[in-house]
Design a protein around this ligand. Sequence first.
Ligand SMILES: Cc1cc2nc3c(=O)[nH]c(=O)nc-3n(C[C@H](O)[C@H](O)[C@H](O)COP(=O)(O)OP(=O)(O)OC[C@H]3O[C@@H](n4cnc5c(N)ncnc54)[C@H](O)[C@@H]3O)c2cc1C
Length: 459
Amino acid sequence: MQSTPARIACDEVGATIVLPGDENWDSARQAWNLAVDQRPAAVALVRSAKEAIEIVGFARRNGLRVATQCTGHGAAPMASLEHTILVKTSQMAGVQIEPGARRVRAQAGALWQDITKPAAEHGLAALAGSSPNVGVVGYSLGGGLSWMARRYGLAAESLLAAELVTANGDLIRAEHESTPDLFWALRGGGGSFGLVTAIELALFPVQRLYAGVLFWPMQRGSEILHAWREWVDTVPDTVTSLARLLRVPPLPDIPAQLRGRPFVVVEAACIGDESSGEDLLAPLRELGPEIDTFAMVSAPLLQTLHMDPEPPVPAIGDGMLLADLPAKAIEGLVAVAGPNSDSPLLSIELRHLGGQLGGETVIPSSMGSAAFGVYSVGMAMNDEMGAAIHRDLGLVRNALSPCDARYMFLNFADQPADTATLFSPATQRRLAEIKARYDPTDVFQANHEVAPALATNAA
Ligand SMILES: Cc1cc2nc3c(=O)[nH]c(=O)nc-3n(C[C@H](O)[C@H](O)[C@H](O)COP(=O)(O)OP(=O)(O)OC[C@H]3O[C@@H](n4cnc5c(N)ncnc54)[C@H](O)[C@@H]3O)c2cc1C
C-alpha cells in the first residue's frame, strides 16, 4: 500500500503536503541541483518539530520512508524516492546566537548565510562551507569542510547538540553526555539516524582574516600546482587553501576579466593579521598572478571566495581523498584536465587537509587519513554534456587513483556510493549498530545511507 497513502496525509498531518499532479508538484520536488530528477511519493513542507513528528508517524503507519532535505545541494547521490516522503525543512529556518556562550542554535532549514552574518556582528565565526546557501544541518551531518578547517577541524566536531525526531516518533536531544553513540553518529555519519529539527554549533572568535584568490592563465597550470604543492608544506594550520583548474563560464554577469577564460587558481584563508598573511603568501605572489584579490576580509565574506553558484544549477561532480599529492599525480591531473585537454569540467579542486583535520578522529570521518581532498564538477546543460562530464570525472579519478586515500569524504561524494567506501570497516560497523538501535526498520533515507546492522546481517 505505497501509492495512495499520501492522499490521506493532507488530513492527518499539519505540514503542507504536495502530491504528484498538484499544480506546485514540480517546484516542490525540485532540488537545488537541477541535474537531479526527484520523484518521491509526496513532498512534505514542515514548519515545526511537531509537524516533523507527525510526518514520521504517518510515514511509518503507511509503509513509507522519510528523506529530509533542506536545499537539495546534496541530492545527487540519493537513491529512488518512489516509496519515500521527501520532507523539506526550508520553512523552519530560525537561528539564535548566544554570543557569551559562543554557540548558535539553527533550525533544520537554516542556510549558512543565516548564521555567518549575525555571528559576525558579535565578532564570531562558524565553520561554514564555501557557499552561503548550503544548508547548515546537511553540511554539518556530513562533516563540513570550512575555510578554517585546518585550524578548528571539521564542522561536525563543532556540533554541540542535535534535536531530532527518531524513527519511533520521539523528539530527542542528542548530546555527548546523554546519548554518546547517537551523538557520535550524527557528527559526520550523515542523515540516516533521524529527522534533525535543529542543531547547536560552537562559534569561534574570528572576526577578520587575510583571504583571497590568485589567478594565473591555465597555461601555467602545471607550474602553479607544483608551486602550491610545495608551499602547503610550509604553512601553519592557520592557513587553509586549495588550488584548482577553473574554466570560468562565459556568462554575462561574470566580470569581463574572468568571463569565459581558463585559469589555474589558488584560494586561501589565513587566520591572523595582514602582515603575517602577506608574509605567508609571498612565495605564491612571486609567481606573478594576473589577478590578486587578497585582503583582510570579514568572516562572512569567506563565502564568496570560492565563487560557488548560488542559484540552482545542473551540477555533476564527485570527490576523493588523497593520501598524498606527488609531482607525478599533478602531471597526470594536468594531462587529463589541464590547458591542453578539452575537459568539460569547470573546476577540479585540490584542497589541502592536515592540521587539525589530521590523525585520529573522534567523529565518523575518514579525513584523518588524507592529506588532500579533491572535488571536480561540470554543468550538464544537456545529456551529451552529462555523459562527457561523467567520462572526465573518471579520467580525473584514474589520474589520481595511485594516491587514493581509500575512503571518501561524505560531503564531497556526489555520486551514489556505498557508505563502505566512505568509512573504515570499524566506523561503518559502529554506524550500522547505532542505526539498528535508533531506526531498525530503516525509515530514514539519507543521500548516503547507513543500513541498520541487523538488516545487513540478515541479508
Ligand atoms: C555549491 C556547493 C558548495 C559546497 N561547499 C561545501 C564545502 O565548502 N564544504 C563541505 O563540507 N561541503 C560542501 N558542499 C557539500 C554539501 O555540504 C553537501 O552537499 C550537504 O549535504 C548539503 O547540505 P544541504 O542540506 O544543503 O543539502 P540537502 O541535499 O538538502 O541534504 C543533503 C543530505 O543531508 C541530510 N540532511 C539534510 N537535512 C537534514 C535533516 N534536517 N535531518 C536529517 N538529515 C538531513 C540528508 O541525508 C540529505 O540527503 C557543497 C556543495 C555544493 C553543491
